[in-house]
Write a protein that binds this ligand. Structure first.
Ligand SMILES: NC(=O)c1ccc[n+]([C@@H]2O[C@H](COP(=O)([O-])OP(=O)(O)OC[C@H]3O[C@@H](n4cnc5c(N)ncnc54)[C@H](O)[C@@H]3O)[C@@H](O)[C@H]2O)c1
Ligand SMILES: O=C(O)C1=N[C@H](C(=O)O)CCC1
Length: 249
């Protein structure tokens, strides 16, 4: 058997980091060499070749920068990466050109397909809105998945020369029409008992198309995380979206 990939998990006592550590330990071709959480010195990442990062939006850029500075590839699941933060990371990666960083707003295969299908449908429908539902312990809204979906749809609509989504609302003091991401209305629900769910609703004259994905358990993200770990070294530089490793793009 070829040598195992040495992996560290940052955010290892969290919901996703804990699940990722278990998945790495269960994989024959991977070896877990380090678990880190808030307050730990990341040092040399326990000798890891690849770090998996699931923390919080404000901590993630520094953790990733620490790995990149040491030539450790990173698979990032943490959401909340703004364009500005991504740009800073691209600059850091220029100093470490063999290092790969994958930032994946969602690792579930069905979520990647949902985004791809929504992108495909976008130019055919006058109206579109996104509703995402997550557990109430989530700190960021809208979800990274919803923000990415809205970006993909917004870009596809622009490329097709579509007008803005129709909306006659002139009074909305409480924000009932939701947030706007790339011109697309996005609504976020936080409900005990849920994990991660999203519905993209399209409307055309006399018809509707709804694309829905549900993650009922965090194990749904693990095959994607492990694919990221296995492939990230072969993709130097920054990749946003696991779809680029799977040929879904
Ligand atoms: N990409 C995906 O498929 C996917 C799936 C689920 C969750 N997420 C994202 O992953 C992130 C984590 O989600 P979660 O549910 O595991 O959250 P969580 O709160 O359960 O875990 C976060 C962990 O990060 C730790 N942490 C905080 N600051 C840190 C630091 N500076 N260094 C190291 N560790 C630190 C916390 O102590 C905690 O253990 C969120 O941004 C969430 O949106 C992404
Ligand atoms: O549980 C979370 O938090 C999730 N975050 C990601 C997002 O913001 O899109 C992916 C789904 C689960």
């Amino acid at each position: 058997m070829s040598e195992r990939i040495l992996v560290a998990v940052i955010g290892a006592t969290g919901r996703m980091g804990g699940e990722a550590a278990k998945a790495v330990e269960a994989a024959d071709d991977l070896q877990l060499v380090g678990r880190f959480d808030d307050g730990d010195d990341l040092g040399n990442l326990g000798g890891a070749q690849v770090a998996v990062e699931f923390t919080v939006p404000d901590a993630s850029p520094a953790n990733v920068a620490h790995c990149v500075a040491r030539g450790v590839h990173v698979v990032v699941g943490t959401t909340g990466w703004s364009d500005e933060r991504l740009e800073t990371l691209r600059t850091q990666l220029q100093e470490s050109s063999d290092t790969g960083v994958l930032i994946a707003p969602n690792f579930a295969i069905g979520a990647l397909l949902m985004m791809s299908f929504a992108q495909q449908a976008a130019k055919f429908y006058e109206s579109v809105e996104i509703v995402e539902t997550h557990h109430p312990d989530k700190v960021d809204a809208p979800s990274g998945t919803a923000a990415r979906t809205a970006d993909l749809i917004g870009t596809a609509r622009e490329d097709a020369g579509l007008d803005p989504v129709p909306d006659a609302t002139t009074s909305d003091p409480g924000g009932a029409r939701g947030a706007r991401v790339h011109g697309i209305p996005v609504h976020a629900m936080r409900l005990r008992g849920r994990v991660a769910h999203q519905e993209v609703s399209f409307g055309g004259v006399g018809e509707a198309l709804t694309i829905r994905h549900d993650s009922f358990d965090r194990v749904s993200f693990m095959p994607g995380v492990l694919t990221g770990v296995r492939k990230v070294a072969a993709h130097p530089g920054l990749t946003v979206g696991l779809e680029h490793f799977l040929g879904i793009d």
